[in-house]
Design a binder for this molecule. Sequence first.
Ligand SMILES: Cc1cc2nc3c(=O)[nH]c(=O)nc-3n(C[C@H](O)[C@H](O)[C@H](O)COP(=O)(O)O)c2cc1C
Length: 308
Amino acid sequence: MRTMSQLNLAVEIGGLKLRNPLMNAAGILGLSANLLKRVYEGGAGGVVTKSIGLHPRRGHSNPTLVVVEGGVLNSMGLPNPGATYFANEVKKLKGMGIPVIASIFGSSREEFVEVARILAEGGADALELNYSCPTVGGERCLLDADPENIERVTSAVKDAVDLPIFVKLSPNVGDILECAWASERGGADAITAVNTLKGLAIDVELRRPILSNIVGGLSGPALKPVALRCVWEITEEVEIPVIGCGGISTWRDAVEFLLCGANAVQIGTAIMYRGLEVFGEILEGVKGYLEGNGFRDVNEIVGLAHKA
Ligand SMILES: Cc1cc2nc3c(=O)[nH]c(=O)nc-3n(C[C@H](O)[C@H](O)[C@H](O)COP(=O)(O)O)c2cc1C
């Protein structure tokens, strides 16, 4: 009988080597080196920072999070301490040998490039470009669903830093494939699919929207079928690796994304409900699935659902 140690769980995503395909999703426990260290110790193969912009930012006023059927709606508004401060947190993680994917955003192509340079100097192993967070209006709404801009910004960042570049896409678009192709044309090394889905919640007593920002992003189990559909559409057409994200809380969810074509997965909302144990539990479950079905390598199951 084969033992666990003969199983390969390591993956390579656009040049970034990870000991296993699990990461936290950007924005959940990603605001300090200490928290991200705990994510890694909990079993993740790599860690993703909160989205970092050029300047410190307070985000929206409360309420910014509400529990809804099948998940949560958040409108955090990208609170973050700014790139220069966060580059030091990245340095600390590098000192511990932890693979760090720095999630970044900017209000222009130049700002994206500047943030990318600062975090690359801090030692990030890869960058994830957040074009899709629906919680900040005006500033970046041009990028979100605009393939031309996605291509331009991606290519500017790719030219500026010598790191794997992941593009995180929004499900709030007519055709996610157009955005995926644009990312690929811009030189992205991988695509993360997806960010949250726009939603709204109403307080019947106060007779108004619950979130201060009115609109928020839906995450958690209700997002999973949408995310799987996006991963499917992208992996049918696009060559670069895909990181699946949206509603993963059990090993079965993770395996569904791998079978659907994702090379790795990110876990967000489930950490809020289940704590950091979720990484170890999902990893054990994935190992059990591979072993029980006679696979030797997690990469063997990537995309199998397309071939069925
Ligand atoms: C509280 C909260 C904060 C988030 N902050 C970010 C962020 O800073 N950058 C980003 O790209 N996505 C952010 N997201 C989106 C998640 O990274 C992820 O794409 C989404 O939640 C779907 O995954 P999940 O269902 O596993 O949570 C945030 C989500 C939540 C719930």
